[in-house]
Design a protein around this ligand. Sequence first.
Ligand code: MN
Length: 317
Amino acid sequence: MSLLLLPGHDVPLGRWTTVRRLLPHRERRMIGAWCFVDHFGPDDVSGRPGMRIPPHPHTGLQTVTWLADGIIEHRDSLGSHQLISPGQLNLMTSGNGIAHSEFTPPDHPDGMHGLQLWLALPDGARHGPARFEHHASLPTVSTDTTKVTVVIGQLGELRSPATVHTPLAGAEILFTAASRHVLDLDPAFEHGLVVMSGTATVTGDPLLAADPLFAGGPLEPGSLLYLGDGRTTLTIDTGGPARLFLVGGEPFDEPLVMWWNFVGRTHEDIVAAREDWMASLGGARFGTVTGCAADPLPAPELPTVRLKARNRHGKTF
Ligand code: MN
């Protein structure tokens, strides 16, 4: 049986930040179009620089930045310059190529905690124009003890205004006290659940209870729980305050080649993107990030073997 609880692993991101990478996982590369999930913090960055990610390129994806604590300054080669705070969405669509930088500003709060996620663009959109969106206000629904924010896509009756290219869902479920919450899900979507803080139990699910790693929970920060598709509801119990993030979407059928900051379909796609970036660390394809004092990041060396496309289950082509 395939693993449902997917343990993350620590990845250093620049000199000052370590993230917990939850996707891609060996057993499961994607959930819907979500192809990359990094969870960072909660970290105390008082008297420290915080996040320092110099200008770097992207192709074939959208980056989704979501904060629970702290502040990040985004700049990109379209000329966008945007501070993001908790409860807001930064959504950058690379199309054929874009470059951006992300820094904790010098004057910042003590805490830093958030997610950075990627959405693969379908073939019909991956050569399109680059775009940046900041959404300061997103649809929410609250009870006495919970607040659900639909960050992107659709969940139940709520739809985020953010631009998407495949049917998907991304939502924060915040519990302010121990309680039960039932989410309505689209059964055509597959879903995954990330605990950012606190603990949570998915109730009444024999399949999850049979998973040798999960065994019914509780789910804690550091892993991603794959929930499969076909669900119309999800019942979550918490023993206290907790912050969760749900990712979901229609299963994404296109095999991808993911390497460094590029998402393509073939080895040649990646070679071309790397060459275009390394030619001038910007150039006609990616553009220049203005206003960022740091030098652009050179790409690492390509491996000596051809990069293979993989589908969402990790099968190579
Ligand atoms: Mn990036």
